[in-house]
Design a protein around this ligand. Structure first.
Ligand SMILES: NC(=O)c1ccc[n+]([C@@H]2O[C@H](COP(=O)([O-])OP(=O)(O)OC[C@H]3O[C@@H](n4cnc5c(N)ncnc54)[C@H](OP(=O)(O)O)[C@@H]3O)[C@@H](O)[C@H]2O)c1
Length: 315
C-alpha cells in the first residue's frame, strides 16, 4: 500500500524538490511554516495526530548559520526540539521519520572524509542544534533515516550559487574563501536519492524488517570535493558556457550581464563571520552505497545539470 507522507518545509530548497518527487512514493501532505510552526511543539503534535502519516519527511530547519549564533533558543527549538517531537509522535503511531542533518556536526579538523562513526564535535550553534536533533531522533526508538548533507544549493531560494551569480553582475572582482573544503550538493540530487532509498524500503513486503535493518544515519553528498573558491570558478564557467536562457538564471542575474573578470582566493580569516565553519568537512558516502547502492554524482556534474534546469532548449 502507498504510504501517506507528511512533508515539512515544503518551500525550502530541499522541501521544494521533495514536494515534486515524493508523489512517486505515496500520497504527500506538504506543509509550510503557516500550516505548522516548528517552534511550537503542540502544533507539531496536533498536525501529526491529525494527518496520521506512515512517513514524516522533515525538510524544515533553522539554516541561517550566522544568525543562529545570536538566536540559539529559536535554532534549538527548530533544529533540536522539533525533530525530537516528530520522532516521539512517529514512534507512537508506528510511522518512520526521514530527517536531514549537516557536515557542521564535525569540527573539520580531520583531513580525510568523515564517516558516520566519526565523533561529532560541532563548532557553531547551528551545528550543535543540528547534532542534538539527530541524537533525539536516534534515541527515540522510531524507525528513521538521517541523511547528513552539505553545501546545499538549488536554482531557487537563498544559496551560494545564486549569491555568486548576483554578485557577478555587480563586481569585476570576487574575493572567495579557499581554505574551507566541502562538497557542493544540489538539493534535487538529495531529493532523488531520498526517494530511491525510501522505495527500497517501502516497496518491500516485509517493510518493517526493512526499516529495522536500514534505520540509521547516512552521509549523502555530492562526490568529490571543492573549496568555495573552486565552486565559484565552476559556477562562473558554467554561466559563461550556458546560453543563460533559463528562467532561474535570468531571475538570479536580474537579466544583467556578468561583470566578474577575476576571482581572488582569500582565507577564512580575511572573511570574518559570526559562526565558525569546519575547515574540512567532506563526508564519506560509502555507507549509503553499501546499504542502498546509491551514489550521488560528482559536484561538477551536478552543477552542470542544475544549469540545464528550465532551459527552454532542454525541456
Ligand atoms: N543549506 C545548506 O547548505 C545545508 C547544508 C547541510 C545540511 N542542510 C540541511 O538540509 C535540510 C534542508 O535544508 P535547505 O537548504 O533546504 O533549507 P532552507 O532552504 O533554508 O529551507 C528550510 C525550510 O524550513 C522552514 N522553516 C524554518 N523555520 C521554520 C519553522 N519555525 N516552522 C516551519 N518551517 C520552518 C523554512 O520556512 P520559510 O520558508 O517559511 O522560512 C524553509 O522552508 C535541513 O535539515 C538543513 O539543516 C542544509
Amino acid at each position: 500500500m502507498k504510504p501517506k507522507i507528511l512533508l515539512t518545509g515544503k518551500n525550502g530548497q530541499l522541501g521544494d524538490d521533495l514536494q515534486q518527487i515524493l508523489p512517486r512514493l505515496g500520497e504527500v501532505i506538504a506543509t509550510d511554516r503557516a500550516q505548522c510552526d516548528l517552534s511550537r511543539p503542540a502544533d507539531i503534535r496536533n498536525l501529526i495526530r491529525e494527518v496520521h502519516p506512515d512517513l514524516i519527511v522533515n525538510a524544515a530547519a533553522y539554516t541561517a548559520v550566522d544568525q543562529a549564533e545570536g538566536d540559539e533558543a529559536l535554532a534549538r527549538a527548530i533544529n533540536s526540539e522539533a525533530p525530537a517531537v516528530m520522532a516521539e509522535e512517529a514512534k507512537k503511531i508506528g510511522a518512520a521519520l526521514v530527517h536531514y542533518s549537516t557536515d557542521y556536526v564535525f569540527d573539520g579538523a580531520k583531513n580525510s572524509p568523515y564517516a558516520e562513526h566519526d565523533l561529532p564535535n560541532p563548532i557553531s550553534v547551528y551545528g550543535r542544534t543540528k547534532l542534538a536533533g539527530e541524537q533525539a531522533v536516534r534515541d527515540s526508538g522510531a524507525y528513521h533515516l538521517i541523511f547528513r548533507t552539505e553545501w546545499v544549493y538549488s536554482t531557487r531560494g537563498k544559496n551560494f550559487l545564486l549569491t555568486i551569480l548576483r554578485l557577478a553582475t555587480q563586481r569585476e572582482e570576487l574575493r572567495i574563501v579557499r581554505d574551507q573544503v566541502g562538497a557542493p550538493t544540489w538539493s534535487r540530487e538529495i531529493a532523488g536519492a531520498t526517494v530511491k532509498a525510501l522505495l527500497q524500503i517501502c516497496d518491500r513486503k516485509d517493510e518493517t524488517a526493512a526499516w529495522s535493518e536500514r534505520s540509521g544515519t547516512y552521509h549523502m553528498t555530492a562526490a568529490g570535493e571543492a573549496t568555495w573558491y573552486e565552486f565559484t570558478q565552476a559556477i562562473l564557467q558554467e554561466a559563461a558556457q550556458s546560453s543563460n536562457s533559463a528562467a532561474w538564471f535570468q531571475a538570479a542575474t536580474n537579466g544583467k550581464d556578468l561583470l566578474t573578470r577575476r576571482v581572488v582566493p582569500i582565507t577564512t580569516a580575511e572573511y570574518p563571520a559570526p559562526a565558525r565553519r569546519p575547515a574540512y568537512s567532506v563526508l564519506l558516502n560509502s555507507k549509503l552505497d553499501r546499504v542502498f547502492g546509491i551514489q550521488l554524482p560528482d559536484w561538477r556534474e551536478q552543477l552542470h545539470k542544475a544549469f540545464l534546469v528550465n532551459r527552454p532548449d532542454t525541456l
